[in-house]
Write a protein of this length. Structure first.
Length: 399
């Protein structure tokens, strides 16, 4: 267990390096109370890989994913394609030895959707190592009635084996409570991004005009921005139709869509067939280091997704002092969007409501600016500082 100086040894078992999680692991390790070791089940993200969500496009993140904290890639014995081929695509028996030979104070496991996670869980339980559970699930996610009925008692029973639950937000906390987890076992570890990274790379007012010109957009027009994969769940067609509605209402603007995916060709066809198509810009995939400039150059950010667990693009956009319009299915919306203050929410698929929300924001430039400032202030309270403090409280609880 923890030493007298209250420094805790934390193990994390997760699938692969993720651009949103790596900075948090660095912050854990910078804390005087946490020494973190992350065990990765595969090296996806560090090496270029074909992202099926981006239509098979090759992706290699342009931010450091392994610096500033201890990590190890466990050999993966599965013959399947890591992650993409599901539950048995990650099989890492080395986690048995790693947990047995090290004196950790707790292990944090993200979800239960891979065999290796259950292997780590079984080993930790057998040696009496406290286990923390984290996920981004909430009760609004779409499931068939029979699946929900079967799943609920199984998850409730499974959750009795964990000593702490790391809540990423309000709806995630409600999910844990609905499965019988008492409040004293739930710790607020918000799903956040590297706020400092995005703010340092945001554009100043004097830089936005040249940036938009350079990217082929009109700096005199208000810019509506979409950043996400082009998949059915993200509902990009809703935004294109709402944009056409907005323009028909006489609200002059331009639409920029950043992302790639299986719907790329259909999105291009729909955009081309839309009135005012000259003001719709399909910009393709952009890497992490390019996004802060786009968020800060936009006047409003839109995420029309359904069935969305969290959506860190909401955090990212707000760091650019940009108001956000998102659906009620987006987990982040319930913590970060204060309607009329930092943006607006609407029901998924309600294209008219989306167009109306955009009109409200863009028709009042001063109000849009104030809303952006409020968004920046809101996301400032949703940071790695809160995440580290939450993890420390969880570790204290199992001392």
């Amino acid at each position: 267990m923890a030493a007298i100086d209250d420094t805790y040894e934390l193990a994390v078992l997760t699938q692969h390096p993720i651009q949103y999680h790596a900075p948090l692991y660095r912050r854990y390790d910078e804390s005087p109370r946490i020494n973190v070791t992350v065990f990765y089940c595969c090296n996806r993200g560090v090496e270029a890989y074909a992202d099926q969500g981006l239509g098979g496009a090759e992706v290699k993140w342009d931010r450091p994913l392994l610096e500033g904290y201890d990590s190890e890639f466990l050999p993966n014995w599965s013959p399947l394609e890591p992650v993409d081929d599901g539950f048995f695509s990650l099989f890492n028996p080395a986690i048995i030895q790693r947990l047995a030979e090290r004196s950790f104070d707790a292990i944090s496991i993200h979800g239960h959707n891979f065999f290796s996670y259950h292997l780590g869980f079984a080993v930790a339980r057998s040696i009496g190592l406290p286990i923390f559970y984290s996920c981004d699930t909430h009760l609004m996610l779409d499931r068939t009635a029979w699946k929900a009925a079967v799943r609920h008692p199984l998850v409730t029973a499974f959750f009795r084996n964990f000593q702490a639950f790391l809540s990423i937000g309000t709806k995630n906390r409600e999910y844990y409570r609905a499965h019988g987890v008492p409040d004293e076992k739930i710790f607020h570890v918000p799903y956040t991004v590297d706020n400092e990274f995005f703010r340092q790379r945001s554009l100043g007012e004097s830089e936005k005009t040249e940036f938009l010109k350079r990217e082929g957009l009109d700096p005199t027009l208000p810019t509506i921005l979409y950043v996400s994969k082009l998949t059915a769940r993200k509902r990009p067609f809703d935004l294109i139709e709402a944009y056409a509605d907005l323009r028909s209402r006489g609200v002059t603007s331009q639409l920029a869509l950043i992302g790639d995916g299986p719907l790329q060709e259909q999105v291009a066809e729909r955009a081309t067939a839309t009135p005012f198509s000259d003001d719709i810009h399909l910009l393709g995939f952009r890497n992490q280091s390019e996004l802060p400039a786009w968020y800060s150059a936009a006047d409003v950010f839109v995420l029309p997704s359904e069935n969305e667990p969290w959506a860190v693009v909401v955090n990212e956009a707000m760091n650019g002092a940009t108001p956000v319009v998102a659906t009620t299915d987006v987990g982040a919306a319930h913590d970060l969007i204060e309607s009329g203050e930092t943006g607006f929410v609407y029901e998924p698929g309600d294209i008219s409501a989306l167009a109306q929300r955009l009109e409200t924001i863009l028709a009042d430039p001063n109000g849009c600016h104030e809303m952006g400032k409020a968004a920046l202030e809101r996301v400032d309270q949703w940071s790695y500082d809160e995440a580290v403090a939450g993890m420390e409280r969880a570790l204290n609880s199992v001392r």
